[in-house]
Design a protein. Sequence first.
Length: 389
Amino acid sequence: MDSSSQLTVAYVAGCAPDDVRHWSGTAHYIGKSLQKAGLNVRHLGPFRAPGHWWRHCKYHFYRHFLGQTYLALYDLKRARALGRAVSAAVAQTQAQVVLGSFGDHLAYLDTHLPLVVWTDGTFIRLRGFYPDYQNLCAATLRAGEWIDRTVFQRCRLAVFSSDWAAESALRHYHLNPERVHVIPFGANLECSRTLADIEELIAARPESPCRLLFVGRIWERKGGDLAMAVASRLNAMGLPTELTLVGSRPPQAHDLPPYIKEAGFLDKSTAEGRARLERLFGESHFLLLPTRAEAYGIVFCEAASFGLPSMATAVGGVPSIIREGLNGHTFPPSAGPDEYAGQIERLMRRYHEYRRLARNSFLEYQRRLNWPTAAQRMRALLEKITGQG
């Protein structure tokens, strides 16, 4: 495509273009995939607002003296400062459209350009859902509601990674359904694997022991205790099982049973960390992540790219990624180790069914859980609202 005919997008990422840690790498992959999809992406960020230490003090004051939670992410003074910085950066891009993911960067944006939001949740959905969003102070509650409402009502399109988030925007902010779309995020790991490669990975997985993989940095929220209980139950049922922990460990990590393996934190920004994580994805039978709160869950997309089925809780945006019986199974929040273990044991005893599930997991990745597909869908939307489609 002639660069002069490319749609120029001011992408308010909030981080440097090569930052693969910010938002689990999602901001990096959004910009990169849109560029590969044929758009001229002007990656904007990071942005800093003064007063960091003052906000830090406010957080501790609310927490230790009032027993409440103050979130700097929803501080209006900070949002105004970010808005000024973002507005100045956007004005220098000669873009035709602005794309962003974070309300604090967009609420005070001053521009005549159409605004599109692509994100994974709403403040109302997150409130009381994530541990960090419990018992919020009045200032955070007011600011969070105002920022979300302002951004969603002024944007031309509100695009979400899951039905869970989209339904919240429709219900709470009364948006026109024609302005609301769902485009799942992709896997934040590079993938050039073919179906033939996946068939080889699946064939190399032994029928015993069953290898479970837990990936999560926040042990309690990600359900690490339940994952360990599932592994224990499977061994008690007579199915030899190993569980590898990545990213976190139990609070009392001494005297772990021999079937629990600790891989520690694996940094995807390093070649060594990526290689180790990819090897675990390829060798395991299931990603086991009985999370208690999850707005989306990029790791489920990453697992699917290795033909690795997921076993997870049907909370938040997870059901938009895991389609029952196609790339894994979801369980109600009330489910205990017996429910998870029963499903895993059945598939391992009927190994032909497991192989079919693993193969279909990769096909789901190819169909809808990858960044090229997401970027092409977003490109079509951006071109339509700017009259360049």
